[in-house]
Design a protein around this ligand. Structure first.
Ligand SMILES: [Fe+2]
Length: 401
């Protein structure tokens, strides 16, 4: 249990708040490349700030303020030009630095500037950095760089605070109940066979490393050299779950849009099986939430069960009433690491996992992962996974909270 003040400290994302400042030390995805292909101008929100993302006619990316400096009309209605984004109202044009470079009806262009942030494209995603300069490097995580894998990006907007998603990722034990017992119950109600027969957790453990926290689980009947225990899978600090193994892996970016919304942006990647072609660019498959007639989330596959759990805790869960027990020790560690890193930022230091060393970043940062994808599937033959729910082909069996 924590105090209301501590809960506020851990969940606030606005500029100037302690957690908002910590989160601003990292790059976050704000859109997919496919989003900009559909429309080169897009309003985006990140860390409680509204902005306008655009691609100019020259192909340059820009992330600038949401309002024109003239009379505050939304720049989401802007028109891309070769030299930037032109406001629809009177044609004031902004370059990627937020500088006004054209005022068509004025005798001269005034030296006005609106806010602008660094933005980079990688692996089908557009990443933004909202923190102080000099910006750290955009981390070249292995999954984002590898070209020998087919990748699917599955984004979902969630009406809850990002920390609820992360509490879940530091809690391995929920897997056997939420995805095993509850998942099977959902299947039973649909008249389908059980999804999973997960083994019982014998022990769990956690370890802080250079880029975040490893979590490990040992299930009944497994020996201690099983990769899930010997290697584990990491949370890349502060808000990415990295699962899998070198052949098949996923990243879950839990992007804090504001205090009560999170963009759950999942990239699954797999080395193609014999004869399968490489797709080239990542495929995007939007996956909006669906509800039953009572307003409950339809949680028919693993990721959706996790999202259901986070959402059902409320927009910002009241941690003053929680009762943390032995299986929550990873959550306690994670919150302590968050608080330590808030203090590091306040001392003017870089927090955990920020990448500035080009040698480490190139060609990519390899993350050791030890998740097997077969340990929980005893209940259902491989070929039947797709039959449970079309979405589960990508969102389900490859993903384990
Ligand atoms: Fe989970």
């Amino acid at each position: 249990m924590i105090t209301a003040e501590e809960n506020q400290l851990l969940t606030e994302t606005s500029p100037g708040t302690p957690m908002g400042e910590l989160l601003r030390r990292y790059w976050h995805p704000v859109a997919t490349v496919a989003d900009l292909e559909k429309d080169p101008v897009r309003p985006v929100r990140l860390l409680s700030e509204d902005m306008t993302l655009f691609r100019s006619e020259r192909g340059e990316l820009g992330l600038i303020g949401d309002r024109c400096a003239h009379r505050a009309i939304s720049l989401a209605y802007g028109i891309p030009q070769a030299n930037g984004l032109r406001c629809c109202y009177h044609g004031w044009t902004y370059d990627a630095e937020g500088q006004v470079v054209d005022m068509p009806f004025e005798p001269a262009c005034l030296p006005l500037k609106i806010k602008a942030y660094r933005v980079e494209e990688l692996s089908g995603l557009i990443f933004a950095y909202l923190g102080p300069q000099p910006a750290p490097l955009l981390p070249r995580w292995d999954l984002l760089i590898r070209e020998d894998m087919n990748k699917t990006i599955t984004p979902t907007m969630l009406p809850c605070n990002w920390l609820q998603c992360m509490d879940n990722s530091l809690d391995p034990a929920h897997f056997e109940h939420l995805h095993g017992v509850y998942g099977n119950y959902v299947m039973k109600k649909l008249g389908k066979p059980p999804m999973l027969h997960p083994g019982r957790h014998v022990k769990i453990d956690f370890e802080v490393f250079e880029y975040g926290i490893y979590k490990r689980r040992l299930l009944e009947g497994q020996s201690e050299d099983t990769p899930d225990w010997a290697v584990g899978h990491p949370i890349l600090f502060p808000n990415i779950l990295a699962q899998g193994n070198p052949e098949r892996m996923s990243f879950q970016f839990r992007v804090p849009i504001d205090d009560t919304h999170t963009w759950d942006c999942i990239t699954d990647a797999a080395v193609p099986k014999d004869g399968e072609p490489l797709w080239g660019a990542p495929v995007v498959r939007d996956d909006p939430l669906a509800y039953d007639e009572t307003g409950r989330v339809l949680a028919t596959y693993i990721n959706r069960q996790d999202e259901m759990a986070w959402i059902s805790q409320g927009p910002i869960t009241d941690r003053t009433t929680e009762h943390l027990v032995t299986s929550d020790k990873g959550i306690l560690l994670y919150r302590r690491v968050l608080l330590d890193n808030i203090e590091r930022v306040q001392r003017g230091e870089d927090p955990l996992g920020v990448v500035r060393d080009r040698e480490k970043n190139f060609p990519m940062i390899q993350i050791r992962r030890g998740s097997r994808y077969d340990g929980f599937r005893e209940g259902i033959p491989e070929g039947q996974w797709g039959g449970i729910e079309a979405a589960s082909v990508v969102g389900g069996p490859t993903s384990r909270g």
